[in-house]
Design a protein. Structure first.
Length: 226
């Protein structure tokens, strides 16, 4: 199907149909990051072979397995970033979760500092020793995932880093009733451009089984938000 618009229109008077090849990469970037929202942020700390501690945010990030736990994030763009270089050299990193109280420091660490400069120092972050890997944790974060590199997969302009979680650290202030509580973790939600969001309203929605719904009216058995 042909694309309906040669570029992003100011307003839509009909549905947009798009072959991504028809728009400039920057335009596709804003489209995709505006659609796939909200995204969690992996605040990744690494240490270079020369001993320079680096920390940088990556919002192409998610959980991909739990037994054993694995996470994935992408270092994208035309520039090979310090995070990617350090991980491929040392095969270790820490994902520090980003809460609202550190969002400004996190944003500062997105600056394109030269490799010999440490974002820990510029953002006045506390280095905390990790249990299983060499890179330090960000002391101001409320939870940390220490990881070892499993694989790197290239897809488009993304270098997808797969890491196995070998140690988890969680602050007591985010733990209630046997689990991490979303409201206490207070995560930063990444949107498009310079946009961020809070977690907002939290609700529960029970997941049905086939035994719950088989032979019954869908309108009756459909779980409702609580």
């Amino acid at each position: 199907m042909a694309s309906s618009h040669p570029g992003p229109p100011d307003e839509l008077d009909e549905p947009l149909e798009l072959d991504p090849e028809d728009w400039a990469p920057r335009e596709v970037y804003f489209l995709m990051t505006g659609l796939v929202i909200p995204r969690p942020i992996a605040w990744v700390s690494t240490t270079s072979p020369d001993g320079i501690d680096n920390v940088a945010p990556h919002s192409y990030f998610n959980l991909m397995a739990h037994d054993p736990p694995h996470i994935v994030f992408s270092s994208s763009g035309p520039r090979v970033k310090d995070t990617f270089r350090n991980i491929t050299a040392t095969r270790e990193f820490v994902v520090n979760l980003v809460s609202q109280d550190v969002v400004e420091a996190m944003n500062l660490t997105a600056t394109n500092f030269p490799p010999e400069e440490s974002e820990f120092d510029w953002a006045r972050l506390t280095r905390m020793p990790s249990a299983r890997v060499a890179p330090p944790r960000v002391g101001e974060s409320r939870a940390h995932l220490e990881c070892q590199l499993v694989d790197v997969v290239e897809a488009g302009n993304g270098r997808i880093i797969i890491g196995r979680v070998v140690h988890v650290h969680i602050e007591p202030r985010v733990w209630r009733d046997g689990r991490v509580q979303p409201e206490l973790l207070d995560p930063v939600c990444r949107l498009a451009g310079t946009g961020y969001a809070t977690l907002g309203e939290v609700f529960k929605l029970p997941r049905p089984t086939w035994a719950d719904v088989q032979g019954r009216d869908p309108a009756v058995v459909m779980p409702r938000r609580q």
